[in-house]
Design a binder for this molecule. Structure first.
Ligand code: HAM
Length: 567
């Protein structure tokens, strides 16, 4: 039990976002929304949990995300008591054979999940009435309750209340718990007086494996397929802002619940979804967004991982090159060399870097069309003046990527200005031309990215003074603080606040118990002006207004106050 010295805390890897920092989050999101709308994007909101298969198929079983980091549970598994009753009785006989037992034990049984406690009308060959209770498993609670019930029914208290059991006094009562075969039967159980009957069959309504989304691209493509968004023939330009979940080792910039701001551009080939222009436009938009947010020194790393046909050739070459050297790699990389050799390339293990450098490069395995596509992306970026470097090892940790992949980073781990520690990827993305088909949909090439919003905020805070996001612009002060002098003025203060707030001003109301000095201190912390509301002020309608920035104190008519505060 939590105690005052040991209160409950937010779960490891999750955190609360509090004001005034949330104002910065809102500011970032509103700049993102503004940029996205200028590029013709509309918002999509997909569910926070999805069928586990979506990620297994979309992101890839062998990726770290799917194999180690997902929050997955089995949902909807329900014990089907009616099925157990049916299996235990002759088909359709149930109603004929049972009498529902009422009385004081109905409710406690029901609370334990026992829906039906019955007596047999015709206790067959047994020479005593039988109480039957249907359970998913045998627990101490059930056994205790059955014992209590049998004691109860054996006493005179029961007589007269239950016509069925008037004769019970003369007999022993037979108690029986009917459970599905294989049901939990704990070691402590003493079955004397209680018969446990096992019935085999399917008594659990089928369950579904669900997962908290570790990323949003698969969900967006699922929604694209489900709502037949491709049928319009138009390019779909969608953005999202929301939490994602990965069970990673928490550290600065890496959380188990984190936020992403992302976009996906996809559609049928005829909508131009495959065009390198789309890749360049998305990257150029990102550059604009980061500039408008005031992120300094961002770097764009770019690569092409080739088409669905290039990749298998490259993966085969990589496997062949890894075979003779893999025993020299770390344990994780040895496993990856077998299961998903591309993942070796983005390994961060310092001891393996020299060997990784010797591995074949994807650039040498691109077919003509992939090479041409990549060249056109770069040419369009050059034309827009968006700087980038090509990083031939950038393969990214999700399996759906084809052709263009990219990451934006801020200066590396050693530089405290990045604010990210070792987690310096601010955002990542790429093209996923085969994802829709992998999820059972029509051909719908696409490209997108997701910004780690937590990392973006850390970066902005570390790079304090970023234009447009200096702390004074998000930690804005209220227009006025109304200080009632004495509790008798509280109501009038609230009425004045209502007037000003309805006139569009931001206002805080103090409390009449505060001394004048305390009111001034409180007001100075949160507002640009203080309005004093004392007996004289209320009587005369002439209020005292002080502006903290100038120290100026003036008298002002109540009906001019809103105007003056606005000015
Ligand atoms: P991702 O690279 O897995 O890509 O994640 C994108 C960004 O989310 C990362 O660059 C990072 O900033 C942030 N991020 C990831 N994990 C964490 C974490 N545990 N804590 C804090 N931030 C984190 C994707 O998710 C793809 N869906 C991106 C995409 C969209 N590709 C195409 N379209």
């Amino acid at each position: 039990m939590p105690t005052p010295s040991n209160p409950l805390k937010a779960v490891r890897g999750t955190r609360d976002l509090l004001p005034p920092e949330t104002a910065l989050w809102n500011r970032v999101e509103s700049i993102a929304r503004s940029v996205f709308s200028r590029y013709g994007f509309g918002e999509i909101r997909t569910p926070i949990f999805e069928d586990t298969q979506l990620f297994a198929r979309g992101v890839g079983e062998e990726t770290d995300i799917v194999s180690k980091e997902m929050y997955t549970w089995s949902d909807g598994e329900r014990f089907d008591e009616a099925a157990l009753i049916d299996a235990w009785t002759v088909q359709g006989e149930a109603e004929k054979r049972f009498t529902q037992v009422g009385g004081p034990f109905t409710e406690p049984f029901r609370r334990m999940g026992v829906q039906k406690l019955v007596t047999l009308r015709d206790p067959a060959k047994l020479d005593c009435p039988v109480f039957v209770c249907f359970r998913q498993s045998v627990t101490r609670e059930v056994v205790d309750l059955l014992r209590k019930a049998s004691d109860f029914f054996r006493t005179d208290a029961a007589l007269g209340q239950f016509s069925d059991i008037i004769y019970l006094r003369k007999f022993a009562i037979h108690l029986r718990v009917v459970v599905p075969s294989g049901a939990k039967r704990p070691a402590w159980i003493e079955t004397d007086g209680i018969e446990i009957e096992e019935v085999s069959g399917e008594f659990f309504r089928s369950s579904q494996s669900l997962t908290l989304r570790p990323e949003n691209t698969a969900g967006v493509v699922r929604a694209y397929i489900e709502h037949k968004l491709g049928d319009s023939g138009q390019l779909q330009k969608l953005f999202y802002i929301g939490p994602q979940f990965r069970r990673e080792r928490p550290q600065r910039g890496r959380y188990r619940q984190f936020w992403q701001i992302g976009v996906e551009v996809l559609g049928p080939v005829t909508s131009g979804s495959e065009s390198p222009l789309r890749d360049a436009e998305v990257l150029e938009m990102l550059a604009t967004l980061l500039d408008e947010l005031g992120v300094k020194n961002w770097q764009l790393a770019l690569n092409s991982v080739g088409s669905a046909t290039d990749r298998p050739r490259y993966v085969a070459a990589l496997k062949a090159a890894l075979a003779p050297i893999k025993h020299q790699l770390c344990e994780d990389n040895q496993r990856r060399a077998e299961t998903n050799p591309l993942r070796v390339l983005d390994s961060k293990d310092p001891n393996d870097q020299a060997l990784i450098e010797t591995l074949p490069r994807i650039a040498d395995f691109l077919d003509d069309s992939s090479r041409d596509h990549f060249a056109q992306v770069r040419a369009a970026l050059d034309a827009c003046g968006v700087p980038y470097t090509v990083n031939p090892r950038l393969v990214r940790g999700l399996d759906y990527y084809t052709r263009t992949t990219f990451e934006f980073t801020v200066p590396s781990s050693g530089d405290p200005a990045s604010g990210l520690g070792t987690q310096n990827a601010l955002l990542g993305g790429g093209r996923y031309d085969g994802l829709s088909e992998m999820l059972g949909g029509p051909r719908a090439p696409g490209i997108g990215f997701a910004i780690g919003e937590d990392r973006l905020i850390l970066t902005l805070q570390a790079q304090a003074g970023a234009p447009g996001l200096a702390s004074e612009t998000w930690e804005t002060k209220l227009d006025a603080y109304i200080a009632p002098m004495g509790t008798e003025r509280n109501a009038a203060a609230l009425a004045l606040a209502r007037e000003l707030r309805r006139a569009g001003l931001s206002v805080e109301v103090g409390d009449g118990t505060f001394r004048l000095k305390k009111s001034f201190e409180a007001a100075d912390r949160v507002a640009r002006h203080i309005v004093i509301l004392g007996e004289d002020e209320l009587a005369s309608g002439i209020l005292t207004l002080k502006t903290f920035a100038t120290g100026l104190q003036t008298k002002i008519a109540r009906n001019e106050l809103a105007q003056s505060l606005r000015a």
